[in-house]
Design a protein around this ligand. Sequence first.
Ligand code: AMP
Length: 120
Amino acid sequence: MATINNMEKKTLFQRIMEREIPAQIVHEDEWCIAFRDIAPKAPTHLLIVPRKPIPSLDALMPEDASVVGHLFVVAKQLAAAEGLTNGYRTVFNCGQDAGQTVFHLHLHLMGGRSFAWPPG
Ligand code: AMP
């Protein structure tokens, strides 16, 4: 029963999509939504989130390939819209070692400063 309840519980990002929690939304379409990260790690820090509540990259199924591709197309468009002409970084954190904290797949788009490589 607990598992069923967890599956029915909306994710934080679904609640943003449904306007139950406020966010600075910068893009919305049939497949995804994008909004500003509440604790930005760069001058521009957006989260691009599929409407489908896929928990993480690890839970991705072959049929999700097109939506993930779409997230990158949107990332490129938003990077241009944000004026990130000098480059930017996209990141999926997956699981505990990568520091994933919200278990609804999201692509980070960060720019407006230079980034170290390798990342910490
Ligand atoms: P991750 O650590 O990869 O799971 O990323 C989750 C991101 O969600 C973090 O960068 C948080 O700052 C961000 N975040 C958490 N709550 C909110 C919120 N209510 N609105 C916007 N961004 C959020």
